[in-house]
Design a binder for this molecule. Structure first.
Ligand SMILES: CC(=O)SCCNC(=O)CCNC(=O)[C@H](O)C(C)(C)COP(=O)(O)OP(=O)(O)OC[C@H]1O[C@@H](n2cnc3c(N)ncnc32)[C@H](O)[C@@H]1OP(=O)(O)O
Ligand SMILES: CC(C)C(=O)C(=O)O
Ligand SMILES: [Mg+2]
Length: 511
């Protein structure tokens, strides 16, 4: 083990528990492939008992992603553990992660079990998992609010029954760094067979302390840290992977630990996950936010121009935020376009490249200069593609002061062309109503956001919508230099997603 901290990525499991996030199998697979490029040690691919969709996604990742250990989550009961193994067994290196809560409050109110019963369940569950694989992780949910003496007994039992990693979650983000560091030291001292297992931590961010707590844990003996890109996760999220690894790297003078992370992939992975989950990264987010390396005020600009490190403690290029010397516009050719996309980390197949280049030329007719951000928006839009039942052929919107907004849309499918018009409270509402009518799909809009990809009058507008259908949430995206068109494309994309996910037998895995 030496001085390495193992990075356990839970973006696809705890990250997917973020309200409003739902990923389908292909999206999960794309993310897992990128996580492998990023160099995480363990990918927690999902919770197979939760749904057939989650099961299939874990299985597909286990079958297709090599490099990291692939892990599946299970409650401590045999049904969960058996199902987890059924999905993850295809991986070259497979881990079962089983858990049960150990705090008084969880045992009494949630589980309705005595500590003795929980201890017995731990022994049985870990043994069951060990019967399938040597690599078993046991988590004591709500560990940080558990009685330390009882927790140590639980961990001792789990290790004696075969757990090779014992995880200490701060499930509700209640701990503070000093306290959590001491807690980890207490576990190290209080579990007699601790040398036979890796100590792991899993910190939530309810008080904004998840990364600080993870760093404190490492200082006190934790060798695995569970985290998620962009800090995704239940409620306020998990420790942000990019912040933890860059904290460890930037302050290696204090910590002296390495991770196997390929830093060059951090920015790209963050973008991909933001794009596929529909969870935007706040501009002032540490490490990967739009403003993380932007200098606005004169004194700072002066300093950075004289010497970058006056105001930058990390090098953005190290994180894969690459600058290009090439300028793109309508005179650019296919080779330069392809090369730049590859430099940005997008390896499209030939049909995707044909489509991307066509869209690039259309965009170049509307926009004088195409930036990296525009190219990224085009490529990501293609990666999110799903087979379209309906394609938007025509959109006409009439709106203004004193006018009732109306929208006419025409959509086409393999064998139909349909046109409808509707009035609405505003032009976007009118377009959405028309799209619902024309496709015959009654969905409920839950969320709408518009992001200008770059500055300027001719910027691409990127619209993300979340719609509800049968108690499940579906995300849609659309891009265009015309924000009304981008909105209609996003709404139709969400409707197509509802149709697609409900027609091919692939149950969605989100909420
Ligand atoms: C801290 C965490 O992040 S834990 C992971 C959270 N993730 C999820 O919950 C994923 C999505 N969940 C689901 O799809 C569902 O909750 C399922 C499929 C897991 C279970 O669904 P249901 O059988 O309908 O149970 P429901 O979710 O209502 O209640 C949970 C049950 O599991 C029990 N339970 C909770 N944790 C554990 C555990 N670790 N081990 C054993 N039992 C547990 C609860 O006590 C409750 O049991 P009860 O029905 O006897 O009261
Ligand atoms: C399942 C466990 C590790 C968890 O997510 C938590 O306790 O937060
Ligand atoms: Mg968690």
């Amino acid at each position: 083990m030496g001085n390495k901290v193992f990075i356990f990525d839970t973006t696809l499991r705890d990250g997917e528990q973020s309200p409003g996030v739902s990923l389908n199998k292909k999206e999960k697979l794309d993310i897992a492939v990128q996580l492998a490029k990023l160099g995480v040690d363990i990918i927690e691919a999902g919770f197979p008992i939760a749904s057939p969709g989650d099961f299939e996604a874990v299985k597909a990742i286990a079958q297709n992603v090599s490099g990291p250990v692939i892990c599946a989550l299970a409650r401590i009961g045999f049904g969960d553990i058996d199902r987890a193994w059924e999905a993850v067994k295809y991986a070259k290196r497979a881990r079962i992660h089983t858990f049960i809560a150990t705090s008084d409050i969880h045992m009494k109110y949630k589980l309705n079990k005595t500590p003795e019963e929980v201890l017995e369940m731990v022994a049985l569950g870990v043994k069951r998992a060990k019967g399938y694989t040597d690599d078993v992780e046991f988590s004591a949910e709500d560990a940080s609010r558990s009685d330390l003496k009882f927790l140590c007994k639980v961990f001792e039992t789990a290790i004696a029954c075969g757990a090779t990693t014992i995880n200490v979650p701060d499930t509700v983000g209640y701990a503070t760094p000093d306290e959590f560091g001491k807690f980890i030291a207490g576990i190290k001292a209080g579990v007699p067979n601790i040398d036979q297992a890796v100590i792991s931590v899993h910190c939530h961010n309810d008080l904004g302390l998840a990364v600080a707590n993870s760093l404190a844990a490492v200082k006190n003996g934790a060798q695995q840290v569970e985290c998620a890109l962009n800090g995704l996760g239940e409620r306020a999220g998990n420790a942000a992977l990019e912040e933890f690894v860059m904290g460890l790297y930037t302050r290696r003078d204090i910590y002296g630990y390495d991770t196997g992370i390929n830093y060059q992939e951090i920015y790209r992975t963050s973008r991909l996950i933001s794009s596929l989950t529909g969870m935007p990264v706040q501009p002032n987010k540490a490490v990967v936010g739009k403003n993380a390396f932007a200098h606005e005020s004169g004194i700072h600009q002066d300093g950075v121009l004289k010497e970058r490190t006056t105001y930058e403690i990390m090098n953005p290029q190290m994180l894969g935020m690459v600058q290009s010397n090439l300028v793109f516009g309508k005179h650019s050719g296919r080779h330069g376009f392809k090369q730049r996309l590859e430099e940005l980390g997008y390896h499209l197949n030939d049909p995707e490249m044909d489509q991307a280049f066509k869209q690039f030329k259309e965009l170049a007719d509307k926009k004088k200069q195409i930036t990296d951000a525009d190219l990224q928006a085009l490529a990501e839009n293609l990666m999110r593609n799903i087979p379209e039942k309906w394609h938007l052929e025509y959109l006409y919107i009439c709106s203004g002061t004193g006018v009732t907004p109306t929208a006419t849309v025409r959509v086409v499918s393999e064998d139909q062309v349909v046109e409808e018009a509707s009035c609405g409270d505003g032009p976007i509402n009118a377009a959405f109503k028309s799209l619902e009518r024309v496709t015959g799909m009654g969905v409920t809009l839950q969320h709408y956001s518009l992001n200008a990809v770059t500055g300027g009058k001719d910027a691409i507008g990127e619209v993300t919508v979340k719609v509800e259908y049968n108690d499940k949430v579906f995300t849609g995206h659309g891009i265009s230099t015309d924000v009304l068109e981008a909105s209609a494309l996003a709404y139709l994309n969400a409707i197509n997603r509802v149709i697609y996910e409900n027609s091919n037998g692939e149950e969605i895995t989100g909420k």
